[in-house]
Write a protein that binds this ligand. Structure first.
Ligand code: FEO
Ligand code: CA
Ligand code: CA
Ligand code: CA
Length: 659
């Protein structure tokens, strides 16, 4: 079946469901439990007592627990800034007393020594110049203090993702006169930037040149580690041993480790691979495209034509670990963390110091996963820590209707995961992670995006479920306790507390932090359960060092301020302290953008965020003849083009962000 262009270009896959498994779903019968839960959520809107957490007593969820990822700053008890109104302006707006400034825009020089090309606003930068400049579509991001091992709040590295590209903005003539060099320029505009940043007085600057500055692209050699290394499914003619993979792409959200490395996550990689022949069940389950009018790499670069290189897709869909402190280090794809459409990778430590990584698979009706390392983190041995993500146990989440939950191991030979279900060994199973999760009966979720671990409450974890307009539709999974809204166009945020507050536990209790939605109008199905700032389509999610939870929205650019989102304004960033149910709006973005990427300096006095795809007008690529039709942010030059950018935010009085 041919897919509409929008599902090829747009990354929220509005028409795209790959999970056609019939693994168990919850009863469609509204239990007394479910009815009560939903009543309580709506009751909050009506002004009745705040009921969060509904299943967990506050002392269970928020008592001073064993701190595995402790913050050095005291826990915030209230938000200090004044919530701002919604906005449809073409600018970044923050509360009074705060300053926000675009800082590292698409096309700005990364800072590579001897190679500092200036941005050309007519998109005439060459392919080689693009390899030394910020890519497009900034997404996940993390801060690393300099020097390595220190906690400087004024000097460090930012590693950030460039998730996808828009050929209508990248070239003067869009996809006309298509050739390999144009595909290569696009490949150089995706991947990762590592930049050195420094505070000078009250301002911040990108250090250029910097010995740390680096671009990682779709063609950077990397190693694959773990059980899928050397597996038959990852071997290709160009890499007959199944060891060395060229590049990473569709780098969405991220993680960072206690040992000072960056994790970048390969999300919608399947959009770029095109297969014209009959699809295998594995290709279908991962949603390999059968046409692509947006990237068009498959037409000129055989690697992306699955008919020509059938195993190349199996080499994408992984979490990649990068050492930002060593610009010549080889990135590693860790197969032990599973292969799917990885949104992010939130890292914490178990009670016994094993590394734990929480991960979402962002597509409708996909799953939430957790990895627990075999070996333990050793604060005194960075080299040994570098191996932690190479071996361990991958689990997938099952949310029971009674508020309990289980982490189901995806281990070859356990729970029927053997040749009878089509798995040959652990490496084979990991390439087919989604099929293994189907087989054990994981819970189909409403598009799991970012996951955040509370730094002030061990084992307390949150996950954004951005939306799922197909929930409850005929022939699709019905509502269930964890995904309780049919036609869920606004999304919600899950919370779970691991047994014994230990992230390595195999059982948990769960609840819903908030149902996103409107705070006006009479439509019960559209109501949000928050008090204060209304929002929908939560995506970016991170705690700061004070325990404030920051939420960034990604309402589809075809829906911003329209349809169910009429009068809700441009995409935004809100803050809450879990347990209060109070939400304040901290930032609104320019037109057509999503807000994403969250990195706080260790003193909580500087916040870096990313504005992604300002000026995106809808489901198609931008008209190259009119790139500023929707936005000209940040340069405000009608003859230029909108540019994704990192934004640096400080308080004018030098205070902590959020106060
Ligand atoms: Fe790249 Fe699911 O957002
Ligand atoms: Ca996202
Ligand atoms: Ca999203
Ligand atoms: Ca987006």
């Amino acid at each position: 079946m041919s897919r509409p262009l929008k599902s090829v270009f747009k990354k929220e896959h509005s028409d795209d469901i790959s999970n056609r498994s019939d693994n168990p779903v919850f009863s469609t019968v509204a239990s007394a439990f479910l009815s009560r839960r939903r009543f309580l959520q709506m009751g909050v809107v009506a002004g009745t007592a705040v009921s969060f957490p509904m299943l967990l007593k506050p002392e269970e969820a928020f008592a001073a627990l064993t701190q595995t990822t402790p913050s050095t700053l005291a826990k915030a008890v209230s938000l200090g800034f004044t919530s701002i109104p919604v906005s449809s302006e073409d600018s970044v707006i923050v509360p009074e007393g705060y300053i926000a400034r675009p800082f590292y825009r698409w096309g700005d020089a990364t800072g590579i020594s001897g190679n500092l090309p200036a941005f050309k606003k007519d998109a005439s930068n060459t392919t080689d110049e693009q390899a030394a400049q910020a890519g497009m579509h900034h997404d996940g991001m993390a801060w690393f203090s300099l020097p390595q091992g220190g906690t400087s709040p004024d000097h460090g590295l930012l590693a950030l993702n460039h998730e996808y590209i828009d050929n209508g903005m990248l070239f003067k003539d869009g996809t006309a006169n298509w050739n390999l060099d144009k595909a290569r320029k696009g490949q150089n505009a995706m991947g990762i930037s590592v930049i050195e940043v420094k505070k000078q007085g009250n301002g911040w600057e990108v250090v250029r040149p910097s010995s740390f500055a680096r671009r990682i692209t779709v063609n950077t050699p990397m190693q694959i580690t773990g059980p899928a290394r050397h597996n038959a499914l990852v071997k290709t003619a160009a890499d007959p041993e199944g060891e060395t993979i060229l590049g990473t792409m569709q780098n969405c959200a991220n993680g960072h480790t206690p040992w000072g490395t960056y994790l970048t996550c390969e999300e919608n990689w399947s959009d770029i691979f095109v297969k014209k022949g009959e699809m295998t069940p594995l290709e279908k389950r991962y949603g390999i495209a059968d046409e692509d009018e947006s990237y068009r790499w498959n037409e000129v670069d055989a690697r992306f034509s699955v008919d020509k290189t059938p195993n190349e897709p199996n080499r994408f869909g992984w979490v990649v670990e990068i050492d930002p402190y060593n610009p010549t280090s080889t990135p590693r794809k860790h197969s032990a963390l599973g292969r799917f459409k990885h949104e992010g990778a939130a890292v914490t430590l178990a009670a016994d110091n094993r590394a734990v990584v929480y991960m979402g698979d962002d597509q409708k009706f996909e799953y939430i996963y957790k990895f627990v390392s075999d070996k333990k983190y050793d604060a005194a041995n960075r080299d040994a820590n570098m191996a932690l993500l190479e071996s361990g146990t991958l689990y997938v989440a099952k949310f029971n209707e009674d508020g309990s939950g289980e982490w189901l191991p995806l281990v070859y030979g356990q729970n029927g995961l053997d040749s009878s279900k089509g798995f040959e060994n652990q490496g084979d199973l990991l390439v087919k992670t989604r099929l293994a999760a189907d087989a054990v009966g994981a819970t189909k979720m409403d598009r799991p995006e970012w996951i955040a671990v509370d730094p002030h409450a061990a084992g307390s974890v949150y996950c954004t479920l951005t939306n799922n307009s197909d929930r409850g539709k005929e022939g699709k999974a019905p509502v269930d306790a964890a995904n309780p809204r049919a036609n869920n166009v606004f999304g919600h945020i899950m919370h779970w507390l691991e047994a014994d507050s230990d992230p390595a536990a195999t059982a948990f209790k769960w609840d819903i932090l908030v149902m996103a939605g409107r705070t006006d109008g009479a439509d019960e199905k559209a109501k949000g359960s928050m008090q204060g700032a209304a929002f929908g389509s939560p995506d970016g999610l991170s705690f700061d060092h004070r325990g404030v939870l920051w939420i960034q929205t990604d309402v589809s650019s075809s829906t911003i301020n329209k349809k169910a989102y009429q009068d809700m304004g441009n995409n935004q960033m809100v803050a809450t302290i879990p347990g209060t149910n109070e939400y304040r709006r901290f930032l609104t973005g320019p037109r057509g953008c999503e807000i994403t990427g969250i990195a706080f300096t260790p003193d909580n006095r500087t916040l870096f965020i990313n504005i992604q795809h300002p000026g995106e007008g809808g489901d198609d690529i931008t008209d190259p003849a009119n790139p500023t039709a929707v936005s000209s942010w940040p340069d405000a030059d009608p003859a230029g083009r909108p540019r994704s950018s990192t934004v640096v935010i400080v308080k004018a009085d030098g205070g902590m962000i959020g106060t």
